[in-house]
Design a protein around this ligand. Structure first.
Ligand SMILES: Cc1ncc(COP(=O)(O)O)c(C=O)c1O
Length: 306
C-alpha cells in the first residue's frame, strides 16, 4: 500500500490526498498516452532534505512529453517548484516523488485535440524498492519471455505510461516464478534492461552497460557512469548477451526506485560468487554517500528543499 501523505499538487494547486481524483473518461486511462517521472529525496547527513538530480528528472519529464506530442502547460521551473512545495506540504524529509502528465476527459477515440493536459505531483515515503536485504545481499533475476519494445513500436527514450504494460507483464511473470526482478531482452535478443532499471555487468574490473538503444536513459545509470569515471573504473557502453550475464563477475540494477541493487543470481546461475562483488560495493557506497550529501564533489546533484 502506498503510504498516504497530506497533499498532492494538481493542475497548479495543492489539494488534499483524498481529493486528487480524476473522471473515469480520463483519456490516458483508456489509451495510455501520458508521461511520468520517478524521483527520490534523501535526508542528508546534516539533516536537510535534498532531491537527487531534480533538473535531469524534470528535463526528462519534458522530453517524454515532447516525444508523445504532449505540451505540459507549466514551465520546467514551475514543475520544480511544485515538487518542492509538495514535499514541504507533506513534511517529508525523504521519499519518492511522482510527477505525472496525462490527457484529461473531453473527447474520446484516438485523434483528440482538445483534451486538457493535466499535471500532478504526488510524494510518499518509499524504502528500498527491491528490499533492504536485496540492497545488501543481492537479488535473484530472471530473463522474461517478454521482449523489451522494438524501438519503432514504442518510444523507449520516454517514460511513457503505456510503455509500462510491457514492464508489468515481465515483472509479474518472473515474480510468480519466485524471482525478484525481470531482465528484458531487446527484439534482437541482447540484454536491454530490467522492468524499471538499467543493467550493468562487471568483468575483469570493467563495467559494461547496454547502450541507449531500446532502453530508458536512466539518470541513475548516468550517475553510475560518472561516479565510475571519477573512480578510474573503466566503463563500456556495448550490447551483451544473456550468457554474458551468466559469466559476469558482478551484476547490478540501477534505477531511482531500485537505487543500486546487486544481482546475485540470474536464470538460476550464480553471478560470480553469488554475492555483491567489490566493484558493485564501491559504486553503491559512493552513490549512497552522494545522495546523503557526504561527497562535496557531487553537491550540484542535490537540490536542497529545506
Ligand atoms: C524502464 C526503465 N528503465 C530504467 C529506469 C531507470 O531510470 P532512472 O535511473 O532514471 O530511474 C527506469 C526507471 O525510471 C525505468 O522505468
Amino acid at each position: 500500500m502506498v503510504q498516504k501523505t497530506k497533499k498532492i499538487w494538481m493542475d497548479g494547486k495543492l489539494v488534499n490526498w483524498d481529493e486528487a481524483q480524476v473522471h473515469v473518461l480520463t483519456h490516458t486511462l483508456h489509451y495510455g498516452v501520458g508521461v511520468f517521472e520517478g524521483i527520490r529525496c534523501y535526508t542528508t547527513e546534516d539533516g536537510k532534505a535534498a532531491i537527487f538530480r531534480l533538473k535531469e528528472h524534470v528535463d526528462r519529464f519534458f522530453d517524454s512529453a515532447h516525444i508523445v506530442l504532449m505540451e505540459i502547460p507549466f514551465t520546467r521551473e514551475e514543475i520544480c517548484a511544485a515538487i518542492r512545495k509538495t514535499l514541504l506540504a507533506n513534511e517529508q524529509p525523504e521519499g519518492y516523488i511522482r510527477p505525472i502528465a496525462f490527457l484529461g476527459e473531453g473527447e474520446m477515440g484516438l485523434h483528440v485535440r482538445t483534451n486538457p493536459v493535466r499535471v500532478a505531483v504526488a510524494t510518499w515515503p518509499w524504502g528500498a524498492y527491491l528490499g533492504e536485504e536485496g540492497l545488501k545481499k543481492g537479488i535473484r533475476a530472471k530473463v522474461s519471455s517478454f521482449n523489451r519494445h522494438h524501438v519503432n513500436a514504442a518510444m523507449t527514450k520516454g517514460k511513457v505510461i503505456g510503455n509500462y504494460v510491457n514492464s508489468v507483464l515481465a515483472k509479474w511473470e518472473v515474480v510468480k516464478s519466485g524471482y525478484d526482478e525481470a531482465v528484458l531482452l531487446d527484439t534482437e535478443g541482447y540484454v536491454a534492461e530490467g522492468s524499471g532499471e538499467n543493467i550493468f555487468i562487471v568483468r575483469n574490473g570493467m563495467l559494461q552497460t547496454t547502450p541507449l538503444t531500446s532502453v530508458l536513459p536512466g539518470i541513475t545509470r548516468d550517475s553510475v557512469i560518472t561516479i565510475a569515471q571519477k573512480m578510474d573504473i573503466p566503463v563500456k557502453e556495448a550490447r551483451f548477451t544473456r550468457d554474458e550475464m551468466y559469466i559476469a563477475d558482478e551484476m547490478f540494477f540501477t534505477g531511482t526506485a531500485a537505487e543500486i541493487t546487486p544481482v546475485r543470481e540470474v536464470d538460476d546461475r550464480k553471478v560470480g560468487p553469488g554475492k555483491p562483488g567489490p566493484v558493485t560495493k564501491r559504486i553503491q557506497a559512493a552513490f549512497f554517500d552522494i545522495v546523503r550529501g557526504k561527497n562535496a564533489l557531487f553537491q550540484h546533484w542535490l537540490d536542497v528543499v529545506r
